[in-house]
Design a protein around this ligand. Structure first.
Ligand SMILES: [Zn+2]
Length: 360
């Protein structure tokens, strides 16, 4: 019971940190901090008092705790959470991947996307236009930053579908913090979003992976900067970032064999890709850019049965798959896979498709 109780406290804290970060970014204020943080801290205090464990006594102390690997918290040592805990909840005052994954319960994900994609989905669904939904979503993924003139042209073009006019809600002006060294704007060469700067030498992007892949933004692209807009943070983080894998997989598959048919977000985003082989066999695919197999297993639910498939795959980007030596087994321990359901790395999946095509 103790373990579950403590895990719930961690979920509250993570949810609070994500909301706090969002408000901070939007308003530039650190106060007030969200109820979830206070609630989580109160619960943590009660829990710790009964067990005679240390706990943070005020917000500055709590922020320090959030920056420490979870495994250094005395409560974690006592509970041995069912996932690796060498990560912290925050890094550099931003939520970590672990924090986002712990927080993505209930409404937080939708809240972070500003509800926009839900609105687009509903509109396309009312009109029975799955292809318009696909066009909208693809545009967002392919254009993390763009010229305002192009944005206006695209959204005013009736040929871009029933949701095109909502596109402008996905974007915002570049924030003041985007002006970087030498008074210039820079694009992250890893994900294509705009970098923000704490000072001349400390850049940041949307994901920890960007920092790693660019050698702390020593690699970066200079931008002209005038008339540019960027995707809003939540849409970048939860639509465009994982969407890069979905489009990459689509293009990889289409290159493998001209007879393969790939549908993106079929059945109004029931899952991510639907692959039809020349033989007529159909595979359903959901790409999950999750760091933690345990948290993914808890969130994954049943693979959507429609549009129908013969086999279904949870696909994990290679960089996440490699972090855990037994990602697939860990997932399988907490999520029972049906006989036609599989979990696989993106590279492994591509090879599996290739093998099947060679046999045919
Ligand atoms: Zn980036």
């Amino acid at each position: 019971m103790g373990k579950d109780k403590f895990l719930i406290i961690v979920h509250f804290l993570a949810t609070g940190i994500v909301r706090w970060h969002k408000n901070y970014i939007n308003s530039g204020k650190t106060y007030p901090y969200p109820d979830d943080v206070q609630f989580g801290l109160d619960k943590l205090a009660c829990y710790s008092l009964t067990k005679n464990l240390e706990f943070p006594r005020n917000i500055p102390e709590a922020v320090q705790w959030f920056h420490q690997p979870l495994q250094t918290w005395p409560q974690v040592l006592e509970n041995l959470l069912p996932f690796a805990t060498e990560e912290a909840l925050m890094i550099d005052n931003m939520p970590t991947d672990l924090c986002y994954e712990l927080a993505l319960e209930g409404d937080v994900e939708q809240e972070l996307m500003e509800g926009l994609l839900v609105q687009v989905l509903n509109l396309c669904q009312e009109q029975g236009k799955n292809e318009d939904y696909v066009r909208f979503r693809r545009f967002i993924i392919e254009n993390p930053i763009l010229d305002r003139a192009k944005l206006i042209r695209w959204s005013n073009n009736l040929q871009n579908g029933v949701a095109a006019r909502l596109l402008q809600d996905a974007y915002e002006d570049l924030p003041a913090g985007a002006l970087g060294p030498e008074g210039k704007y820079y694009q992250c060469p890893h994900c294509g979003w705009i970098l923000e700067w704490k000072n001349e030498s400390e850049g940041r992007c949307i994901h920890q992976q960007c920092t790693e892949k660019t050698n702390n933004f020593k690699k970066r692209k200079v931008l002209a900067g005038t008339g540019l807009v960027r995707l809003k943070r939540g849409i970048m983080r939860f639509i465009a970032w994982p969407g890069r894998w979905e489009l990459k997989l689509e293009s990889d598959l289409l290159k493998l064999h001209h007879g393969l048919k790939v549908d993106l977000w079929p059945g109004f985003d029931s899952y991510d890709l639907r692959l039809t082989f020349p033989t007529g066999e159909v595979w359903g695919i959901d790409v999950k850019d999750w760091r933690n197999p345990y948290l993914l297993a808890k969130k994954a639910g049943v693979f959507p049965p429609y549009p129908v498939w013969d086999k279904a795959f949870w696909i994990i980007p290679d960089y996440q798959w490699r972090r855990y030596s037994h990602y697939g087994q860990e997932f399988g321990r907490f999520h029972k896979l049906g006989s036609n359901e599989f979990i696989e790395s993106l590279g492994g999946f591509r090879r599996r498709v290739q093998r099947l095509l060679e046999v045919e």
